[in-house]
Each structure stands twice: as C-alpha cells, then as structure tokens.
Write a protein of this length. Structure first.
Lengths: 357, 293
C-alpha cells in the first residue's frame, strides 16, 4: 500500500463543559427513576446487564477507542476478574466482596499488561493474535484446574450473597444499586483520566504513533497503561457479571462471543466516547428483546429460538456494516445531533459548527 | 520414533488443510488489503449450500457450479455494498466490517439450510495406508494432494496471467492501478470470487472430514495463527506455516497434553504465533512494509 492507512475513525471527545453537566444528571437520574417505576424484571434482566456491558465497553473503549489497540479478548479479562474476585473472597481472610472485586480488577490489569506486551513490538491487527491468545488460553486454564472453581465438578461457581455494610442487597433492586454505584464511580474516574495528560497521550498514540513518539510520549508505557486500565475495568465488569447479574459463573460464559458482543457495544455506541458505551450496551441488550417481540407479533406465536438467534445475527451483522459505512461515530453522534438541534430550539446552546473531517 | 513420526506427519497433513483456509485470506488481502474474518463463515455457507443441493438430488458438478455462482454473486454484493463505501478507511474498520459480514453469512446459511449436521461423502476413502513405513490416513493424503494442486493453480494464476498481474498491481498501488485503466471494482470482485472458490473447496474437504456443521465457521480461528506465522501476503508462506502449526499442534496434544492438561490444541497455535510475532513481526515470508511520514 502506497498510501498511509487512515487512522482508526473515532468520535471527537465530547466538549468537557457539556459532559460536566450531563454525567452527574445521568447518574442522579439512573439512581432515582428506575426505583420509581422499577419492576424486578427491569432491574434484573435489563438494567443490570446494560450497566455491566457499559462498563465492559468502557474498558474496551479505553484500549481500542482511545489508545487505538484492537482487542478481541475482552471476555478473557472479564473471566480473570470474576475468578480472581471469587478466589480472593473465598481464600483471603478479611476480604469482603467489594474489596475483593477491586482486587480482582487489579489481577485482571496485571494479565492485561502481560498480554499487552506484544503491542510493544507489533501493531495493527497482528495484535489480535495476542488478545485472541488470551481469549483461548484463559478459559482453558480456568476450566483445567479445579483450584480456580474451588473443586466444583461442573466448573460452575455460585456467587456469595450480596451485602454491603450490613445491608442485604440480595434482591434485584439492591443488585442494581450496587452495580450502579460501582459503574458510576468508575465512569467518572475514567472520564477524568481521559481528560488528563494520560488520555491525551493515548489519543496521540492512536492517531499517529510516530508523531506521538516525536512529541516525547513514551509509546510503550502509554500502551501498557491502556492495557492495564482497560483490563482493570473489564475485570470489574466480569466480577459484576458473575456476582450481581448471573449469580453464578463458569469459564464458558466468557467466550469469544462475549468479546464480540463488547466490541459491538463500542462500534454501535461510538469509538472514543464515554456516553457511547451506555447507548451501545442498551442497544445490544434491548435489540434481541425487541426482535423477539416484533417477530412474535408478526408470526402470531413465539418464534423458534434457533430462527430468532440467526435473525439476530443477521441484524447485528447488517447494523455493524451500516454503522461503519454511514455513521462511524456511532449512536453517540446521532444522539449528539438530536440533542443539539433540540437545545438550540429552546435557546439553551448555540448550534455548534460541525467538525471538519 | 515411529510413533513420533506418525504424529508429526499426520499433524502436518491436517496443517495443509489449515493452509487451504488461510489461502482464501491471502487472496483477498493481496488484492484489497482487507483481512477477511468472514472467510470461515463463507466456508460454512458454501459447504451447507452444496450439501443441501446434493441431498436434494442435484448432481455433484451442478451443485458445485450453483454454489460457486452464489459465492460470486455474494462477491459482487460485498464489493458494491460493503467495500466500495468503505474505500480509503482504516484496515481495522474494514476488518470490523468483515466481522459483520461473517455474522450475516452465518445467520443466512443457518436460516436457509437449518442447523443439523450433514454428512458429506466425496467418495474419498479414509483407510490407513502405509507410506514409507508410516501408517497414515488415505483421506489426509488425498486432501493434501487437492490442496497442493489448488496452491499450484493459484500460484500460476496470480503469478503468470494478466489477471494475476492486475491483482498484484491493485495491491501494490491502487491509485497507480486506477490511472493505467485497471478497474478496481472488477479486480476486487475477482479476488473475492477466487476466495469464494477456495472456500468451497475447503468447505467440501473439511465437511467430508468432520461433517458439515456450524463449527466449520470456526476454522477461521485456526487459520489466523497460520496467517500470522506465514505472513499475510505469501501463498507459499501459509503452506509452510500451516504444516508447522498442524504438526506442532498434534505433537503438543500428544506429548504436552498429559502433563499440563487436555485441550492444549485450543490455544497452542496462538502461542506459537506469538513467539513468531516477537521474532519476525512480518511472518516467515511476509513483505516488509514501510511507512512514510
């Protein structure tokens, strides 16, 4: 190829001022509104998985959307987080669940750095070999040795009951509150990190690594730090997936399809965007529900699950291509357009000029 | 020693079948710079279509031709609706688009043809035969012969004909190729059609060996380390790499498996690929790439 490859396309980061208002409002709304209208189904089967997938999307977005390193092994780091949390909680005296979840995140971060080491030598999609190696190696390791699952014959472990400071949170609303608290704190932290020199360095590495190196940014350190932060977030997402969503966990639950699902969250939501993770996760969780309702309404009875699954695949595949072609910045850009038009009508903000391509 | 050699050669022969899958990647990568993740689901689509036509009483060659026509039609559609709108976008964007393609292929082929496992009989027997004192499978030998002749044909087509010249011209410099009058769209369609043909052959051989079923689409994950070791641009390289991976995997499963646990072959190839990546980032025979600032 004679021409330089175009840098991976990402949304420009949201202006800090708008985000500074939107994020607290969103968190407060998420903390109040569902409790007013919530049902167990809404909490347990919709909101909790959306929040956890958003967090996982945030983790992958740090690595892929901001630092420009493609990964197909997200689920492996989720698995490490979940199993590390389980074993720390089980075996280390004095660790209650919350510190164990944080510790699990750090274990995942350490493995993230390990599997990120090849990024010092290779780039582009050669790197997917390393993340795919993690994807195949980690579940194998976890199911191979009984120690990780505490000798459970089926390889499935059961989560301990959820409590925090003496409160029993072992019900759908409690699980939602617990998840929301952790996800909100981490989202704010990552937002600030992205706006710090560290985040700027990641974006410089993503946009052109040679130029970033010429600016004096240590490429290797920036990449490995991105792997660490990304895997930390994915590890915590994995723990939450096991302990607040499913209540059980097995290595097979963190397979390649889960990694693809998280990749879809960030492609559909928007690469290089915080808000996009939440939009993408909501889309990925709600689309199958919507499809089965629509399909059921058309046919007049419940659809054959195999047919539904394949129809979902086609719709997801087509949407991925559609978004890459028509709106590479994802749902967050679409929402941004809609909000901007709306607020300019009521005189809140002046319409912004479109960014030059 | 006898046993060791048999394990080695059997692994190497199945490695040729990995290479057969990887060649489809190389064809598309050389002509359009796309890493086509959908190659595996194209194999599934081709094998399922073929086996269902044959089960409905369509003669072998007619079914072969009809499936090939469908794959060529798919190549036209992919060029028009996926690749053309995405031209000049980053390699990662194109890769993600082929991930979407693979979901469409998988969904479509299973909705059209169902999810049952089909047996496929190509009339090649699978008996142990003795070659130079080693006991090998006749099916493996036949599959290797087919893959080998396909490689020779493809090497001749891409190396000696005008068509091959235009494929390489487009790969080397799309703008220069355009300005001397090559039609990028047509070259892209031809490359994807050739890859479709390779997918069909690979699908038949793999399908005859392990049944035509969903897992065919996962072969793509076996071919990836082969590509990384062999280099993305060299047909000869992926053959060598395929043999290496196949032999290494088989040896690891037999000799390492009992010590560190079963299922080593699930990730062994990736471990090997990582070692090669660290030592030779462009693969055994890959072209060194230069970036200008």
């Amino acid at each position: 190829m004679a021409s330089l490859p175009a840098p991976i396309s990402v949304a420009p980061s949201e202006p800090p001022r708008a985000g500074a208002i939107v994020l607290p409002v969103a968190i407060v709304a998420a903390a109040i509104v569902p409790f007013a209208i919530g049902s167990d189904y809404l909490f347990g089967a919709v909101l909790v998985p959306i929040l956890i997938l958003s967090l996982a999307g945030l983790g992958l977005n740090v690595l892929t959307g901001y630092a420009g390193q493609l990964s197909l092994g997200s689920a492996a780091f989720m698995a490490i987080g979940a199993f590390a949390t389980y074993n720390i909680h089980l075996r280390v005296p004095g660790f209650s669940l919350l510190p164990a979840i944080v510790a699990g995140g750090f274990v995942a971060a350490a493995f993230g750095v390990l599997f990120g080491l090849p990024s010092l030598r290779v780039k582009g999609f050669y790197l997917i070999a390393s993340t795919l190696a993690a994807q195949f190696f980690v579940p194998w390791l976890l199911s191979q040795y009984g120690w990780f699952t505490n000798g459970s014959a089926s390889g499935v472990i059961t989560a301990p009951p959820l409590t925090l400071a003496g409160f029993d949170l072992d019900n759908p609303a409690g699980r939602y509150a617990y998840t929301l608290g952790i996800v909100a704190v981490l989202t704010v932290l990552v937002r600030n990190l992205i706006d710090s020199p560290t985040g700027r360095a990641w974006m410089a590495v993503r946009d052109m690594d040679l130029a970033a190196a010429a600016l004096g940014i240590p490429l290797g350190r920036a990449k490995l730090l991105a792997f660490a932060v990304s895997s930390f977030l994915l590890g915590i997402a994995g723990s939450l997936w096991a302990f607040t969503y499913l209540g059980t966990v097995e290595p097979a639950g963190f397979d390649l399809d889960r990694s693809f699902q998280i990749l879809f969250v960030i492609i559909l939501g928007g690469l290089g965007s915080i808000r996009g993770n939440f939009l993408g996760a909501a889309f990925v969780v709600l689309l199958p529900v919507a499809l089965s309702v629509i399909g059921g309404a058309i046919v007049g009875s419940t659809l054959d699950p195999a047919l539904l699954e394949n129809a979902q695949k086609i719709v997801f595949g087509a949407l991925i291509i559609f978004f890459l072609v028509a709106e590479p910045d994802g749902l967050t850009k679409l929402l941004g357009h809609a909000l901007r038009t709306r607020s300019s009508w009521i005189g809140l903000t002046k319409p912004r000029q479109l960014e030059q391509p | 020693m006898q046993f060791f050699l048999e394990v080695l050669v059997a692994g190497a022969l199945s490695g040729v079948m990995y290479a057969l899958v990887a060649i489809g990647f190389v064809l598309i990568y050389r002509a359009s710079g796309v890493f086509n993740f959908a190659q595996g689901s194209m194999i599934l689509f081709a094998a399922l279509t073929f086996v269902n036509l044959v089960e409905r009483g369509v003669p072998f060659w007619l079914a072969f031709g009809a499936t090939l026509l469908l794959l060529i039609a798919a190549a036209f559609a992919i060029e028009r609706f996926v690749l053309r709108p995405l031209s000049n976008r980053s390699v990662i964007t194109l890769f993600l688009a082929t991930l979407g393609l693979s979901y469409i292929f998988e969904g479509l082929s299973q909705i059209a043809w169902g999810t049952q496992v089909h047996a496929l009989d190509l009339g090649i027997s699978d008996d142990p035969v003795s070659v130079a004192g080693l006991s090998l499978s006749s099916f493996d030998i036949a599959a290797t012969a087919i893959a080998g002749s396909l490689v020779v044909i493809l090497a001749l087509v891409t190396g000696k004909t005008n068509l091959g010249l235009s494929l390489r011209a487009v790969a080397a410099d799309p703008l220069a190729a355009l300005s001397i009058g090559l039609r990028l769209e047509r070259v892209t369609v031809i490359a994807w059609s050739l890859a479709g043909f390779v997918a069909l052959v690979a699908g038949l051989i793999w399908g005859a060996r392990s049944g035509v079923q969903f897992s065919l689409s996962l072969i793509v994950l076996k071919a990836l380390p082969v590509l990384i070791i062999g280099g993305f641009t060299s047909i000869g390289g992926v053959i060598v790499a395929g043999v290496l991976v196949g032999a290494g995997e088989n040896l690891a499963a037999i000799y390492l498996g009992p010590t560190i646990g079963n299922g080593v072959e699930g990730w062994f190839a990736y471990g090997l690929a990582l070692v090669f990546l660290m030592a030779r980032p462009t693969g055994l025979f890959g072209q060194r790439t230069w970036a200008r600032i």
